[in-house]
Write a protein that binds this ligand. Sequence first.
Ligand code: SF4
Length: 349
Amino acid sequence: MHPISKILHTWYSKNKRDLPWRQTTDPYKIWLSEVILQQTQVVQGMNYYLKFINTYPTITHLANANEDKVLTLWQGLGYYSRARNLHFTAIYICKELKGKFPKTYSEIIKLKGVGAYTAAAIASIAYNEPYAAVDGNVYRVIARLFNVNTPINTTEGKKEFQIIANDLIKQCSLPGLHNNAMMEFGALQCKPTNPLCDTCVLQTHCLAFQKQVQNSLPVKNKTVVVKNRYFNYIVFTYKFHIYIHKRTEKDIWQNLFEFYLIETKGETTHNQVLENNLLQPLKIHIKSINAIKPIKHKLTHQILYTQFIQIDLKTKLSKTYNLQLIKQIDLTKYAFPQPIQRYIEGSLI
Ligand code: SF4
């Protein structure tokens, strides 16, 4: 075994956190935990994981679930396509594979929504296959231990880091433990900022520490193009009922619920939304208007400037515009994107 792996495994057995997904080799539970942990920190992820496992203890339960319900459990995690893929793949496994989770890396990676990292995590933890799972923590640990300057978000970098990670896992008898040890070490010891080098068991092996460059690693190219979008939500209410609709287009937040949306090319005040007659085609009879301070919401490639204009109507909308009029917003029944959820919670609709 590689000497670094040996030290890491001993460190892991002494320092690992007691987490529910570490007490199982059920591929369904490991898959679920990995997808959730790609979205959030362990502490918050734990609640989501337990919520999912309690509601859908097996893959069959998840496959039989209603997608809206799955999305409501996912609320707050973002990247809703991941929840949809989880559900889709659960159905696929139950229908096409007779409920049997694939047992090899090469079969697992073919599942919809499962990438190299997740496939390696499942294959190694559930089936002991020697595939290195390289997540953000592992990139950081490898970059520092081996002083690798290649940007991690390039094809070249991904290849280079994967080769080193494969080399470390190659001769391990417990590849699942090794992957967990690498990730845990990155999370607890070799942290993104202020790594705990003084108490590090790998200090003498760490090239970045020797050169004192650990804080500038790993390197990432700043090439992400971020698009600004301006969402003006008109929250129509009528006699204490509220209009909502499901986003069906292929765009962010597909299949989540929202209010009537006017997307504009630039920032628009609520007065402009009203004055520019953006609402005119709706031929509405307004009883009162209330505008709420805009919310800025960041996604990986988009920044959403979202404002809410609450309009109480004298009469129902003459056309439905795919909106449905509901009595009250039940967050356990309807999944809303995070900015809308924040608005709902703040405004107590
Ligand atoms: Fe990370 Fe510091 Fe340990 Fe190097 S010495 S592996 S930078 S914690």
